[in-house]
Structure formats: structure tokens, C-alpha cells
Design a protein around this ligand. Structure first.
Ligand SMILES: NC(=O)c1ccc[n+]([C@@H]2O[C@H](COP(=O)([O-])OP(=O)(O)OC[C@H]3O[C@@H](n4cnc5c(N)ncnc54)[C@H](O)[C@@H]3O)[C@@H](O)[C@H]2O)c1
Length: 353
């Protein structure tokens, strides 16, 4: 198959493209090579195993250059949760209008589309309370237990980023329904080699790496008992490639989570990172701050993916963290102070408490 990938020069895009080419497909990317994401745009474009059309997601001439694709994977997005709270128009334009344009391209060319949503649509997700049963979109209180989110759960995004991903899902479904098959994929926190090491708006693990390299204490916002599901990028890439083939073969529309299947705390994450780096002299410090758009708990229920015959995760969170730390250790990246500056920026805008 000849497959077009928006955002193909990004972190997940480069991994998906490499897997697809290994499996005998050809790929072409449409990517704006956004400065915030790409410290070295040309190197990232060169790492994509096919042609990269440099252009904006709403630039018609860029779409025209993609030619006759047989499948579309839509990854291009603005991805900073905190930043989305004060750059709302920018996030809506790329994430919602951009997804509409991608869905239209799939319809025009009569090809299946896989579009990346996010776990952010669930917000606080699903909790089980002793007195109230299952509740969506509320932080767990005394006696309540966080449960893994299912695809049928209510959407309760707490960030503008999450809102745009939820709106984009609706736009995609409306545009493609009964026309072309579509897959919506909701990844948890994706980690691995090649994620941006200088973008302070995403990626807690990149911040940990920067501090570990400098021998500076790892900074955790709050008590560190917040839970997350860190999934290795190779596992997410396999789900994306499988979903495109599944849609092409069956003509079905699907919505699936992807995650590691394991819930860990941010403290666990910090310890995994310290262990992987060998910097056992580095301490963990807690900063008493909460950023607008942050959530308490997140993890994916993978039952639907399993039922559909999709690939199950192969890499544990501990191994995924170790792979990221060790493979990124010698790579150029920002000083840890850029994350301090990003937090100051949120504080200045009144987006912390
Ligand atoms: N990485 C994660 O943890 C994670 C989690 C959930 C969902 N996702 C979703 O997966 C997708 C890929 O994420 P990623 O981690 O590879 O991010 P990334 O930032 O590395 O890649 C996104 C790519 O989109 C491009 N892009 C941004 N704005 C564009 C525009 N206006 N026009 C064209 N291209 C544009 C960027 O240059 C970049 O190459 C996104 O839709 C993201 O929301 C990622």
C-alpha cells in the first residue's frame, strides 16, 4: 500500500513509517516541521523513510502533492496540554480543522483513515466509588478506585488539547461515516527513542532525562501518586499499522485505546528513570504546584483492542523507560531550565494553583 502520513516527521510518525516500510509499504509525509517539536527539522525529515512534503495541514497545495495514496494516517497535531490552555485558537485550528481536512482527503480519495486521538478525551476517566458506583470525569475521593478507561466511557476533557481531540473525533466520524472506514486511536503517554528532548510543553520523561543528565534533582509536581500508563512507541506504532490494515480489510469503523496495560505512579516513573540512568545519587523533589489541564489518574482498558485481534503491548513501562533513557542519553536536548521556564509561563498566566 502507498500510505500518506500527516505529522509523519514527528515522534510517532517516524516509528510508524519505519514499521510500514519494513512490512513492504511505501510512505509519504505531510508535515509542517514545527519549530517547537523539531530542533533539527532537516534531520527529522531525513529520518522519515519516504518523501516529506513540508506544509501546513490546511495548505491545499501540500495535500495536492501527496498524490494517489491508498491509506491515510493522520498524526499531525499540536500536543502541549498546558500550552493549549492559552493558545486555544492555534490548537483548535490544527487539531479540529486539520482533522476535518484529513477526513475530507480520505473521502475524496476513497481510502481508509486512521486518526490519532488521545487519552485526554477521558479527562479524569472512570472511578469506582463505594457509595456511587461508576463515576466519570471526577477525581477519585476517599474510598474510590481509579479504573482503566474504556472506549465507550464519557468524554470529560479537562484541557483545551483534550477538548480539541474530542471534537476532532466527532468531526472525523461525521465526515467519513458511510463513506470510508476509519479508526480512531486513543494512546496513553507514549515514550521511546526520538521523542522531542527540547519541547517543554510535552513529555514529563524528557524533563526527567534533562535533570538526570545534569545531576539535578528530579522534580515532581504534587505527591507523585498520580497514575499514568506509559506505553512504548513501538507498541503504539504496531496498533496504528494494524488499524489501517483492519479498516482496509473489513471496512469497519473502530475506536480503540492503546496503552501498556499497566498503571504506574509518577514516583515509579522517576525511580525507573533513575535506575535506567545509573544516577542513583539524584534525588526526587516535590513541588507543590498543580497545572491547569493536569489530571490525577489515567490508564487504558485494552479489552476492545484484544477482541478486535489487535496487537497487544510487548514492552513493559519499566523497559520502555529504560529504552528511552539509554537511547536518548547522548542525544542533544534542552537544559532542564526550559521546563522551569514553561512552568513560570503557566504561573504568570494564572494557570497553576
Ligand atoms: N506522544 C504521546 O504521548 C501521544 C499521546 C496521545 C496522543 N498522541 C497523538 O499522536 C499524534 C502524534 O504525536 P507525536 O507524539 O508524534 O507528536 P509530535 O509533535 O512529535 O508529531 C506531530 C507532528 O505534527 C506536525 N505538525 C504540527 N502542526 C502541524 C500543522 N499545522 N501542519 C502539519 N504538520 C503539523 C509536527 O511538525 C510534528 O512533526 C498526535 O495527534 C498526538 O496528539 C500522542
Amino acid at each position: 500500500m502507498h500510505i500518506a502520513i500527516t505529522g509523519g516527521a514527528g515522534f510517532i510518525g517516524r516509528h510508524v513509517a519505519a514499521q510500514l516500510v519494513d512490512a513492504g509499504h511505501t510512505v509519504i509525509a505531510l508535515d509542517s516541521l514545527l519549530d517547537q517539536v523539531h530542533a533539527d527539522p532537516m534531520a527529522d525529515a531525513d529520518a522519515f523513510p519516504g518523501r516529506v512534503v513540508k506544509g501546513d495541514i490546511l495548505d491545499e497545495s501540500a495535500w495536492a502533492e501527496l498524490g494517489e495514496a491508498e491509506g491515510l494516517i493522520h498524526l499531525a497535531a499540536e500536543t502541549g496540554t498546558g500550552q493549549s490552555m492559552y493558545e486555544q485558537d492555534r490548537y483548535r485550528r490544527v487539531n479540529v480543522d486539520g482533522t476535518r481536512r484529513a477526513a475530507q482527503f480520505a473521502v475524496e480519495h476513497d481510502i481508509p483513515i486512521v486518526s490519532l486521538s488521545s487519552r485526554a478525551v477521558y479527562g479524569e476517566g472512570r472511578t469506582l466509588w463505594p457509595d456511587r458506583g461508576i463515576v466519570f470525569g471526577e477525581r477519585r475521593g476517599p474510598g474510590a478506585v481509579a479504573e482503566a478507561s474504556r472506549e465507550s466511557d464519557e468524554h470529560h476533557p479537562v484541557s483545551v488539547y483534550g477538548e480539541t481531540k474530542s471534537e476532532a473525533e466527532a468531526v472525523l466520524s461525521k465526515t467519513t461515516a458511510n463513506r470510508v472506514p476509519s479508526a480512531i486511536i486513543r494512546p496513553q503517554n507514549v515514550i521511546g527513542y526520538g521523542q522531542a528532548l527540547h519541547n517543554p510543553y510535552t513529555g514529563v520523561l524528557a524533563a526527567f532525562l534533562a535533570r538526570l543528565r545534569e545531576g539535578r534533582a528530579i522534580s515532581i509536581y504534587g505527591d507523585g501518586l498520580q497514575t499514568r500508563d506509559f506505553v512504548h512507541v513501538s507498541d503504539v506504532a504496531r496498533v496504528i499499522a494494524w488499524a489501517l490494515q483492519h479498516c482496509a480489510d473489513t471496512g469497519e469503523d473502530i475506536v480503540v485505546n492503546t496503552g501498556s496495560g499497566e498503571r504506574i505512579t509518577l514516583l515509579d516513573l522517576a525511580h525507573f528513570a533513575i535506575d535506567a540512568s545509573g544516577r542513583t545519587d539524584v534525588a526526587i523533589e516535590h513541588v507543590d504546584v498543580e497545572r491547569a489541564g493536569d489530571i490525577q489518574d489515567a490508564a487504558a482498558d485494552l479489552t476492545r483492542l484484544r477482541e478486535l485481534g489487535g496487537p497487544m503491548p510487548a514492552v513493559s513501562p519499566r523497559d520502555a523507560v529504560a529504552d528511552f533513557i539509554q537511547s536518548s542519553w547522548q542525544q542533544p536536548g534542552a537544559d532542564s531550565t526550559v521546563w522551569d521556564d514553561a512552568l513560570d509561563e503557566l504561573q504568570d498566566k494564572g494557570l497553576t494553583s
